[in-house]
Design a protein around this ligand. Structure first.
Ligand code: UDP
Length: 335
């Protein structure tokens, strides 16, 4: 029988989309989320147990393990603002590296040995080749990427010591929303390209600023591999299957294998929304590599996973549905 899944950060953007998909697959889910960035309304509370609190709280984590005896842990909870990680590194090492140790200690005590980790292409640092596969050297250029890389190392050592099996899912640029428009992306502050473009389309922002037009790319703007959040959710379900079959620890990239420039994303958004989006041009943003594109071959070979939404148009359409839907792209401020 399938056991209970403990999902940290399950009320956040990628976590909540994954919870929705796991419930559709008949999984039983307990979410641990401190709601600093997560939203209570992103979860169907009639079908999910939400424990509000911190994964670094040893007594709380022990209580969850004793009560729910989870089969596996899916670990999404993290801070993810690259710029902030540069100015406040300790906040990132505390939350993304130290706090999960408490969770892992509980797993070891309770003999829970399946872990799915939301890692990132930021663990690679500046690309030495494109597309990037999992053998690309890992030399992160900011504390956010470093905190994720260090936790990968911790997980590897736990495998050696007590047989913890982990899947490191290295996400490229997560984007898009639930196709039904029920849940979506709501960060505060919002820093990501697609939601900011759509905020400029609704007038919530005066304009979208393009960070840098002098990159060595065909149109001078940065190229990214945009991966739909539902495709990420699929990958988590398949990673779980891999571990349930007794699979080994493994790292896999999650991307489409195709890159799009900032200008291409803006013109696609103009097509989708039917609006002229006000654009301004600014300097480069610190820490942005010119191009990040995944080689997703390993995810296909190993997990049978492949992105279904390869065109950013689908991402933007779903995000626009959320932005213009009943919640207007926002959960209630109280959550
Ligand atoms: N970007 C931009 N203007 C914005 C936000 C982002 O030009 O207001 C660019 C950013 O420099 C990067 C790309 O869009 O090249 C994707 O940025 P995002 O913050 O969405 O994701 P990241 O690549 O940082 O994970």
């Amino acid at each position: 029988a399938k056991g209970t899944l403990l999902i940290t950060g399950g009320a956040g953007y990628i976590g909540s989309h994954t919870v929705k998909q796991l419930l559709q697959r008949g999984e039983k889910v307990v979410v641990l989320d401190n709601l600093v960035f997560g939203h209570r309304e992103a979860l169907p509370l009639d079908r999910v147990t939400l424990v509000e609190g911190d994964m670094g709280n040893a007594a709380l984590v022990e209580k969850i393990f004793a009560e729910h005896q989870p089969e596996a842990v899916l670990h999404f909870a993290a801070f993810a603002f690259v710029g902030e990680s540069v100015t406040d590194p300790l906040k990132y090492y505390r939350n993304n590296l130290a706090a999960p140790l408490t969770l892992l200690e509980a797993m070891q005590r309770h003999g829970v040995k399946e872990f799915i980790f939301s890692s990132t292409c930021a663990t690679y640092g500046n690309p030495q080749f494109i597309p990037m596969n999992e053998t690309h050297p890992q030399d992160p250029v900011n504390p956010y990427g470093a905190s994720k890389h260090m936790l990968e190392r911790v997980l590897k050592d736990c495998d050696t010591a007590w047989g913890l099996k982990s899947v490191f899912l290295r996400y490229f640029n997560a984007s898009g929303c639930d196709l039904e428009g029920e849940i979506g992306e709501d960060h505060n502050p919002e820093t990501h390209l697609i939601p900011r473009i759509l905020m400029a389309a609704t007038g919530e922002l005066e304009s979208i600023t393009v960070f840098g037009t002098d990159y060595p790319t065909p149109d001078g703007t940065c190229i990214r591999d945009y991966i739909h959040v539902n495709d990420l959710a699929d990958a988590h379900a398949l990673a779980l299957e891999h571990l349930r079959k007794g699979g080994e620890s493994v790292a896999v990239n999650l991307g489409t294998g195709r890159g799009f420039s900032v200008r291409e994303i803006i013109s696609t958004a103009e097509r989708v929304t039917g609006k002229t989006i006000p654009v301004t041009y600014g300097p480069r943003r610190a820490g942005d590599p010119p191009e990040l594109v995944a080689d997703p071959a390993k995810a296909k070979a190993l997990l049978g996973w492949e992105a279904r939404h390869k065109e950013p148009q689908a991402h933007i359409e779903s995000a626009w549905k959320w932005m213009t839907g009943p919640r207007k792209g926002r959960y209630a401020a109280t959550s």
